[in-house]
Design a protein around this ligand. Structure first.
Ligand SMILES: [Zn+2]
Length: 97
């Protein structure tokens, strides 16, 4: 982890690596950074990290006391979201109606 790297937005963080999610319950997960960033862009959600945190839940305790950070670890956990360019296009089309 970069010593002094303090990203303010998801896209800044995702340009460097993946998203480490740490919960107050002790659970830790890693989310694919570029994919999460693209997902937020597709939804036109605000990518400021404190707002991103509010949209994420811990997969273990279902709590929302999570903190985000940069990691170079591989993503953990179940596959989520679009898996191909076609699915991305379908998602955007659905969202834009
Ligand atoms: Zn938790």
């Amino acid at each position: 982890m970069g010593a002094n790297f303090r990203p303010e937005t998801l896209s800044e963080l995702a340009a460097r690596g993946n998203v480490a999610v740490r919960c107050a319950c002790g659970h830790r997960a890693v989310i694919d950074g570029p994919k999460l960033s693209r997902y937020f862009l597709a939804h036109l959600w605000d990518g400021r990290l404190h707002l991103v945190q509010d949209r994420l839940r811990c997969t273990r305790c279902r709590g929302k006391r999570v903190r985000l950070g940069l990691t170079f670890d591989q993503p953990t956990g179940p596959e989520w979201g679009p898996r191909s360019e076609r699915e991305w296009k379908e998602l955007v089309r659905r969202l834009r109606g």
